[in-house]
Ligand binder design. Structure first.
Ligand SMILES: [Zn+2]
Ligand SMILES: [Zn+2]
Length: 415
């Protein structure tokens, strides 16, 4: 069976690095940073950052992060390197034509063979949320405003900080915004700072509701954005400052950087550090999800009622369920409308399903509008809420199940 969701691809240990035994310990160059805890190296080792956008700014961020040797690095970018990329991006001519995420990922893995490097050559909108649940910080370095809004919403749900790096070529400004999501309850998110013009621009690029998985792969890939027109050194400066702010937030040391904007202007040689605030009219909902790894060895053996009770919620009080890569199919019907059959089980998402033809007219049956849904409300489940998922069509351990209760959203990850 092909994976219903596009997944991260894990980069193997490069032959050259492995054969030479290259894995210089980070401590050989990591200074004892004033004010930072003694176990700074250990703290960095625990990190699993996600870098959204792997071009002039994000590519440089990823390469710096690889040199710091975190536990894992997740890279995502839907684009490939073009001939002009060489003018601003940390590549040489052999990279032209190759997908940015895979190419930067390969370099990161060569730099730090002990770091798990996962790459996804697509848009962040296409990703399986459960894979992102293990990430610890989100670097945002994309010109695509829709991707920024999506990344904001993901960070808000997962409760992870965002480090947003950008440049403005003509004014030689490098800018890094740090959003301390997860620790600061009133933290702004990148979408909070979008102005009316940017929101209009986003709506012109594509329509993206703030909901991962709701956008089809094709529409996410079709988004056209202008290339970054900037000096190469300004792009790498933004990347350098982004990694600095990440370290200051993660370790921490020096002046606090949570919920601030750092700007450097090449024209004046000045830099500014200013606080940022929450926008009450933000297009994203600032509700963190309750994320929990299940203690059950296989979620398919449980009933949805059991899983709801694991969250100390009464199944009778109502919830909406969504199971990774599955739809709920309530019934099928003959197109003439003279025959309906109940199905009432989960079926693989995005896949056509074959059913026996209508017993009366032999026409192929279909699922009527709204009979096949990505999310199902507990009342529509009836007795199925007390039936093991395995008997409802979930034939293997699902990576995650989402529960929308009246007061919160919970994401249960499989063990
Ligand atoms: Zn916001
Ligand atoms: Zn019929």
């Amino acid at each position: 069976m092909t994976a219903p969701f596009p997944q991260f691809r894990k980069i193997p240990v490069p032959f050259l690095g492995a054969s030479l035994g290259l894995s210089a310990p980070r401590e050989a160059r990591l200074p004892a940073l004033y004010g930072a805890p003694e176990n700074a190296g250990e703290i960095i080792s625990g990190h699993r950052p996600l870098v959204v956008g792997n071009g002039a700014v994000g590519g440089a961020i990823a390469l710096h992060m690889a040199r710091l040797q975190p536990a894992a690095l997740f890279l995502t970018d839907p684009k490939s390197f073009k001939e002009e990329s060489i003018l601003t991006q940390p590549i040489d001519p052999v990279s032209i034509g190759k997908p940015k995420a895979a190419e930067i990922g390969r370099r990161c893995k060569a730099i730090s063979p002990n770091t798990e490097v996962h790459v996804f050559c697509g848009s962040i909108q296409e990703l399986d949320l459960a894979e992102l649940a293990g990430t610890t910080a989100l670097f945002l370095a994309t010109d695509n405003i829709a991707a920024e809004v999506e990344a904001s919403q993901i960070a808000l749900r997962l409760g992870i900080p965002v480090i947003h790096a950008a440049v403005h070529g003509a004014t030689t400004v490098a800018q890094v915004r740090v959003f301390d999501i997860g620790r600061e309850p009133d933290s702004p998110c990148p979408a909070c700072l979008l102005n009316a013009e940017e929101i209009t621009q986003m709506n012109e690029q594509a329509t993206f509701p703030c909901d991962p998985g709701s956008v089809t792969a094709a529409s996410a890939r079709d988004v056209q954005t202008a290339p970054t027109v900037s000096l190469p050194n300004l792009c790498s400066l933004a990347a350098d400052l982004a990694v600095m702010q990440f370290l200051k937030l993660a370790l921490p040391f020096g002046t606090p950087v949570g919920n601030t904007m750092l700007e450097f202007c090449g024209h004046t040689g000045k830099s500014w550090l200013t606080p940022t605030g929450r926008n009450p009219n933000c297009s994203c909902d600032h509700l963190a999800w309750q994320i929990r790894a299940s203690s059950r060895p296989n979620l398919a053996d449980a009933t949805l009622g059991d899983l709801v009770r694991d969250f100390v919620v009464d199944p009778g009080s109502g919830a909406t369920f969504q199971i990774a890569a599955f739809d709920w199919l309530d019934r099928t019907a003959c197109p003439t409308g003279h025959h309906e059959s109940p199905v009432r089980r989960f079926v693989p998402e995005l896949q056509p399903i074959e059913f026996p033809p209508c017993p009366e007219c032999q026409a192929p049956v279909t699922s009527p509008p709204l009979a096949r849904r990505n999310a199902v409300f507990s009342e529509s489940l009836g007795n199925a809420i007390d039936t093991p998922l395995r008997e409802l069509g979930i034939n293997s351990n699902p990576p995650w199940i989402r529960f929308d209760f009246a007061d919160r959203t919970a994401l249960l990850l499989s063990a």
